[in-house]
Ligand binder design. Sequence first.
Ligand code: ATR
Length: 275
Amino acid sequence: MHLMKDEKGKAISGTTKIFGCIAHPTDHVRAPSIFNPLFQAKGQDAVMVPIDIEPDKIEEGIAGLRAMPNFIGSAVTIPHKMSIASLCDELSEVAKITGAVNAIRFEGGKLKGENFDGAGFVAGLYGEGHHLDGQKCLIIGAGGAARAIAYALCCETIAQLDIYNRTTEKASALADAVLSEKPEAKIAVALELNEGKYDVVINATSLGLKDTDSLPCDPDKLSSSSLICDIIMVPEQTALLKAAKARGLKCHYGRHMLDYQKALIGAFIGADDVS
Ligand code: ATR
């Protein structure tokens, strides 16, 4: 790596700490482009590299990384979030509930896993000036992302969280999973979609990714004082958010969940603490 005299970053050397971004394929991963400029700006002796591991080689891949003392930690993305969770020695509560990790680190010979989707979502709400105190919240959907967000919301001072999903059994399983880790959580399954009675409505289904998708709820029924959130990043303006915006409702975009995770992932994998 060639560095200009006035740049703070260090050239890669024998002392450089290695961080990864594990995926397959890796062409589209964003973490290295985010973290390497940060390492440079802070003068850290570290590098983040994309690590492409075929799904059926993930066990060998992780064993290889485990054998490298200068491999510190990694972001984890599609399709490895669940398979790597099953290879971790220790999982955070939310990683257990979701059965998925998006950040790992080796520490004292152990592989530790975390999932920051929920924390990133909540940090995004606060960061964009919204609040959750005493709020009645609805999550539509009960997949991996919904699980992470549900747990994170139940760690805040919300009044209530209802889960509505096309497949009710999955909503019940989600509520049970949260309650098993957090018995005091104010979480329940909504058997019917009453989107008008909430302060915060979150679309955590995949509806909105495609132009042809139906809407996850009826925008005309939403309360005019509600905050409408989508976790879909592309397109940024989903049909739901467009319709909510047209009605003058407050909207919260999918990209915030990722933007507000960067610092959390960096701190967890140890990328903000290397010399
Ligand atoms: P992710 O990990 O991104 O959350 P997922 O686990 O596949 O993705 O979850 C997708 C969510 O979108 C689920 O809640 C799913 O509902 P089901 O549990 O009934 O499958 C929801 N979803 C997907 N397509 C849907 C549709 N056409 N109508 C209603 N909900 C839909």
